[in-house]
Ligand binder design. Sequence first.
Ligand code: CUA
Length: 314
Amino acid sequence: MFENLSLFPETASRIASEVDALTFFLAAVSLFFVVLIAGCLVILSLRFRRTRAQQSEQIEGSLALEALWTVIPLIIVLCSFGWGAKLYYEMRTPPKEGMQFYVTGKQWMWKVQHPTGQREINSLHVPVGETILLTMTSEDVIHDFFIPAFRVKADTVPGMYTSMWFEATKKGTYHLFCAEYCGTSHSEMIGEVVVMDPADYQEWLNGQPAGKNPIESGKILFENLRCDTCHAAGSGQRGPDLAGRFGLPARLSDGQTVLFDEDYVRESILEPNKKLSAGFQPLMPTYQGQVSEDQLLHLIAYIKSMTDSEADSE
Ligand code: CUA
């Protein structure tokens, strides 16, 4: 619908047409009432204008009318809410399986790393028909990753991770914008998303300098920073074993429970004693200033991948 009208961006992702349908529904409802009310206003003011001295019939109260104009708007509003909530939930709940990309915003560029390690700046190449998961952060100020053709948009915030997902349904090149004013060159913080056949994507990947994938980089870093001396099973257990912990609740020394997720790992690397794991001493030094945003993402990718729990630690 409306593809040929350049007022609307292309619809090139799985949820795009659903978002459009809701938008058109809301626009249609608003238009209907604008026309109805404005129309009545014009017609009635012409019909009952003073010079013609025509009197309208006075209505002294009508339960049927009151009920009608309460119930009808209520139904419309509840429908829009239900529809919007369902769609929002769908957009904010990433599928379990998918290709994990990492995005870092920085004044004034987008840095992207592919699941296999390739990097690019201000462009994102993805295969068509695959679930693409993005874990995003910023190195400086708040930016906003926006791909109009996919109807997806999310802030990237320094000091925390946000996520986003999409499935491109149509090959082509689409706009990528920063949608949050972030300084002088905000308007130049743009790029493109290139959706390709899976085979072409593979070929494109092969043509890029590969380097290590985020999990491998994370593993090397984990060893270089000597994280493994405390955080491995059977090492005297100065720190908790991290294998198989990701995505599960973690018990803290103050009795609270937090979710062992990206943000928790990040915080524990930078401020280790803020949320101390239950049963451990505050021995870990901070790694603030020693690891970059990219390296933090790699450590997280590696810790996420540690599934073979050997020891039962808690
Ligand atoms: Cu980055 Cu605007």
